[in-house]
Design a protein around this ligand. Structure first.
Ligand code: SF4
Ligand code: SF4
Length: 374
């Protein structure tokens, strides 16, 4: 099982799509859900409880998460000294990576670092100077011996040209990433759709950009024998190549990937913090291997591509913060992604057959924090 360990609800950045939206979202009606808004700001349970909880699952993977988890470097070190999961991972904005000692950083199996593409775009979304500081820290941890997987985790919305930014992350003069994942800022807030340009942008820019990027991805396989680890493509292609009939929620949320709140309660996904109906137990007395499973409901259960999509996002499905019409635009992007990869499949299979690439190039650790369907 995979668990996001929410170290703190605080963050040291004020990104447009997160902090900015929280301000606008504050007076929105979150009707029908009882929410505990008074969670501790920092994880406040006994680490021994976490150690015992984790020890009951031989395949337990813990991912430090926040807010910004590296605001709690001391607590992270303490947990890494005491708890013995199969792997540790972290999702971070990267600004404080220099504060955690290399002996801990180098133990991470995977680091997912938030970066949206080139400097101007990243700083536009995340604040001036963010890009440079993050890149400096990535160079530092690499110099200090980090050899795990480093995934650039982009948040994508209307200012993003997906093809341009992903190809830039793969090849540039600042820091070349070998793994990239992206998530659409779509369906998470209550009242942003009406003032945004999501419909036009997704149709005229994002979906055509995906098609262009997929062509580039397969061209690179052919020309260089390299399968770039672009997670949304990798995940869909992996399913198609292995003949997987149908996928559950690809992020694993609610069935194999859960989150532990700052008060020790287990929830299906970090975004569902405080939603009392979805408290699945407390780590002090819950068996990690026997957690209740929570699956997506309508409209996903009536969707003809549920098997390939998996449902995209449990939080969005449950809370339905975007109207049916608005969310239909998101579903069109999912359809666009799946169709594009399906169209390229014969070419990919041919490249595997003639030995240019290997089917194993499409393997990855599932539920590592990449949701696959953006
Ligand atoms: S495409 Fe949309 S409706 Fe269909 S399964 Fe995915 S998220 Fe659900
Ligand atoms: S896709 Fe949705 S349910 Fe899955 S981890 Fe992200 S926010 Fe949670």
């Amino acid at each position: 099982m995979f668990f996001h360990v929410v170290m703190t609800t605080e963050c040291n950045l004020q990104c447009r799509y997160c902090f900015g939206e929280t301000l606008d979202d504050f007076d929105e009606d979150f009707s029908g859900f009882e929410v505990d808004y008074a969670l501790p700001r920092k994880a406040n349970y006994d680490w021994k409880q976490l150690a015992d909880f984790c020890s009951r699952d031989p395949d337990c993977v813990l991912t430090f998460y926040g807010g910004e988890p590296l605001l709690c470097t001391d607590e992270i070190s303490q947990i890494m000294d005491m708890v013995k999961p199969k792997h540790f991972m972290i999702q971070t904005n990267g600004l404080l990576l220099n504060r955690l000692k290399p002996e801990y950083v180098n133990r991470f199996h995977t680091i997912l670092v938030s970066i949206d593409g080139e400097e101007a775009l990243t700083d536009h979304y995340r604040g001036r100077g963010t890009f440079k500081k993050v890149i400096d820290n990535l160079k530092l941890i690499t110099k200090n011996g980090f050899r795990g997987e480093l995934i650039a985790r982009m948040t994508v919305m209307e200012q993003t040209d997906i093809n341009k930014q992903v190809t830039w992350l793969l090849d540039n003069n600042d820091f070349k990433f070998s793994s990239v994942h992206w998530q659409l800022n779509a369906g998470f807030w209550g009242n942003d759709y009406a003032r945004r340009d999501f419909k036009r942008w997704s149709k005229e820019n994002y979906i055509p950009g995906l098609e262009k990027l997929a062509r580039f991805w397969v061209d690179q396989m052919e020309e260089k024998g390299v399968v770039h680890r672009l997670y949304p493509f990798l995940g869909i292609a992996n399913s198609l190549l292995s003949g997987e009939a149908s996928s559950l929620l690809r992020c694993g949320g609610g069935w194999i990937n859960y989150a532990i709140q700052t008060d020790g309660y287990v929830i299906p996904c970090p975004t569902m913090w405080g939603m009392k109906d979805y408290y699945l137990g407390h780590i002090r007395d819950t068996d990690p291997l026997n957690l209740r499973k929570v699956f997506v409901g309508a409209p996903c259960t009536d969707c003809d591509i549920l098997g390939s999509c998996g449902g995209r996002c449990l939080y969005a499905n449950i809370t339905q913060r975007w109207s049916k019409e608005a969310y239909a635009q998101v579903c069109k992007t999912v359809r666009g992604l799946v169709t594009t990869i399906e169209e390229h499949l014969p070419r990919i299979q041919q490249l595997i057959q003639n030995g240019t690439i290997d089917k194993r190039d499409f393997n990855f650790m599932k539920y590592n924090g990449c949701e696959i369907v953006p």
